[in-house]
Design a protein around this ligand. Structure first.
Ligand SMILES: NC(=O)c1ccc[n+]([C@@H]2O[C@H](COP(=O)([O-])OP(=O)(O)OC[C@H]3O[C@@H](n4cnc5c(N)ncnc54)[C@H](OP(=O)(O)O)[C@@H]3O)[C@@H](O)[C@H]2O)c1
Length: 336
């Protein structure tokens, strides 16, 4: 079987290799992978010297496939079922513990950019039947992070206003989930064309942050001066101060990403006076994933897949993600 491995730093170091198809251990399942989806992290892992990257790693955390063989003690999953691996293989539910952080696919553990993978039966979830393989592949990281941000640590309710930053994977799932909950969504993007597409998806209003960098003041105007109930932060230290200004007193800010780079002071006094809650989000547990999938199935929600690349062109998919031209998710088709 064929699989990609990361030989060193840089996209060119992701190479297609061959090895015998693995066999599942007693509590493992063998999955014939159908599709994988890229996240910003996958790009970071190959482009930088993040501690979790090790030589020879099979990259990519997110994917879907069909169970083709199960170990002798497997009881949760059957042959023929369609499953996604969980991002953090060790985090089943409750509070995350230190050891769980060492179990991330495509980082600490081999990922899913492969024709076959073996995973522990506790590290997979069944996927909603209405989704195509390309759509289902997008769920483990970006979708779950948005779900966790809004509903697990967040408390978004109907009628509230949610601000999302950009139109990447996490942000568009946050848009779709916030709409499911009956919230109003404000979006900022560097592209007018992407803003139009976000409004077609249900956003109430949008602002181009490249042309109008004072999006915090815009968010206040959009809420008659009171501020938004929830900000899904993907920018990090460079955008946090504006997010704090854009939030209402007692509002929530989910801290999920560091896209805009390091640096920038944290305005502690504003957090204090406004009684804000800053909520750190690290993907989510298997239980959260299962709860999210129930909502995705009940509402027949369809993830936004921008482009699909063939398995042999996976490196081009990385390049496209790196160009930041994408809207939603970039997917690699592994098998029909
Ligand atoms: N905490 C977690 O567990 C977790 C999980 C998943 C992702 N993340 C992090 O979340 C971030 C987003 O990940 P992703 O996979 O969704 O990325 P992505 O799909 O690559 O999305 C990136 C988009 O963010 C927008 N953006 C970039 N800089 C911005 C800025 N200064 N202000 C506002 N928007 C900006 C851009 O949207 P436009 O093109 O529309 O401008 C860009 O296309 C990354 O930092 C990632 O590492 C964290």
């Amino acid at each position: 079987m064929r699989e990609y491995r990361v030989r060193g730093r840089g996209i060119e170091q992701i190479v297609l290799t061959e090895r015998p198809t693995p066999r599942p251990g007693k509590r493992q399942v063998l999955i014939r992978m159908k599709a994988a989806a890229l996240n910003r992290r996958d790009l970071m892992i190959v482009s930088s010297s993040l501690p979790e990257r090790r030589s020879g790693l099979v990259p990519v955390s997110d994917g879907v496939g069909e169970v083709v063989e199960v170990g002798s003690e497997v009881s949760r999953v059957r042959i023929g079922e369609r499953v996604c691996g969980t991002f953090l293989q060790g985090w089943q539910g409750g509070h995350m513990v230190d050891a769980d952080t060492e179990t991330a696919l495509g980082g600490e553990r081999d990922g899913v950019l492969a024709e076959y993978v073996t995973l522990d039966e506790r590290g997979v979830v069944h996927v909603p039947g209405h989704l195509t393989d390309e759509e289902a592949a997008t769920l483990p990281c970006a979708a779950l992070t948005a779900w966790h941000a809004l509903f697990e640590t967040g408390r978004v309710r109907a009628g509230q206003t949610v601000l999302i930053q950009g139109t990447g994977g996490v942000s568009l799932f946050a848009l779709q989930f916030a709409k499911l909950a009956g919230a109003r969504v404000l979006v900022i993007s560097s592209s007018d064309e992407k803003l139009g597409r976000a409004i077609d998806l249900g956003a109430a209003a949008g602002l181009n942050y490249s042309r109008s960098p004072e999006w915090d003041l815009w968010a206040l105007e959009q809420t008659a001066g009171s501020g938004v109930d929830h900000v899904v932060e993907v920018g990090g230290p460079q955008t946090l101060a504006r997010s704090i200004r854009a939030a209402r007193r007692g509002g929530d800010i989910s801290v999920t990403g560091v896209l805009a780079g390091d640096g920038g002071a944290v305005p502690v006094k504003s957090i204090l006076f406004k009684q804000l809650r800053l909520l750190g989000v690290f993907v989510g547990s298997r239980q959260m994933f299962e709860a999210m999938n129930r909502a995705v199935a009940a509402h027949e929600l369809r993830p936004v897949v921008d482009r699909v690349y063939p398995f042999e062109s996976a490196v081009d998919a990385y390049r496209y993600l790196g160009s930041a031209a994408h809207f939603g998710k970039v997917v690699v088709r592994i098998a029909a």
